[in-house]
Design a protein around this ligand. Structure first.
Ligand code: COA
Length: 181
């Protein structure tokens, strides 16, 4: 993903109210945790999560646009009223692929399977839109993310030179998702 949406409605629901805060809680409560479509009221939390990327961060303006775009889905993992992570999916017209554009989990919540759950959710969401493949870009040096994708069954397709702002290369990974529903 340039750096990287609940099986229910995608983020077309932007504008509805959510009281979730940007990770103000000290721990994720598995009970009451859910993956849901991001709302406009999640914007602050989404912007805050972007800080955990080393670069190529999505701006507030870009995130706001994504929340309204029919060809994008933004999903958040909410635990006990906190937005602990998010995943952004992009859909190009006439493409059999969906692209995982963003995936991030707040450091306080990492190591609890939240990224794995968001990824699984993204696969299902893309399959529901009739896509047969999920693609993404990841830094070759991002060991946690590479391990996550490798374990989830993604395959290396190619390296893309100078992909990131700092000219670091990206690895393009893909996974067939037929049957992910
Ligand atoms: C990569 C990231 C999304 C993982 O989030 P997470 O919620 O901690 O990951 P999970 O707990 O779901 O872990 C799932 C798997 O990922 C791998 N993984 C996650 N963190 C890891 C780490 N620090 N070291 C090695 N492997 C790791 C493991 O294989 C893990 O499975 P396991 O625990 O059974 O071994 C998180 O570290 C993050 O937000 N990083 C900053 C943003 C980023 O780099 N996003 C990816 C951009 S492509």
């Amino acid at each position: 993903m340039l750096k990287a949406e609940s099986t229910s409605a995608p983020s077309g629901g932007a504008g509805l109210q959510s009281n979730a805060s940007a990770c103000a809680c000290s721990r994720a409560d598995r009970h009451g945790a859910e993956i849901r479509a991001a709302l406009l009221t999640d914007l602050d939390a989404l912007v805050a999560l972007e800080r955990h990327f080393p670069g190529d961060r999505l701006s507030r303006t870009s995130l706001r646009r994504l929340l309204h775009r029919a060809s994008a889905e933004v999903w958040v993992y909410e635990a006990a009223g906190c937005v602990a992570g998010d995943a952004v999916l992009l859909y190009r017209r006439n493409s059999a692929q969906a692209r995982l554009y963003s995936l991030v989990v707040h450091p306080r919540y990492q190591g609890r399977g939240i990224a794995r759950a968001l990824l699984k959710h993204a696969e299902r969401a893309a399959a529901l839109r009739g896509r047969g493949c999920l693609s993404l870009e990841v830094r070759a040096t991002n060991a946690p993310a590479l391990r996550l994708y490798q374990k989830a069954g993604f395959n290396l397709v190619r390296q893309i030179a100078g992909y990131y702002e700092d000219h670091a290369p990206a690895l393009r990974l893909e996974k067939p998702i037929a049957g992910a529903m």
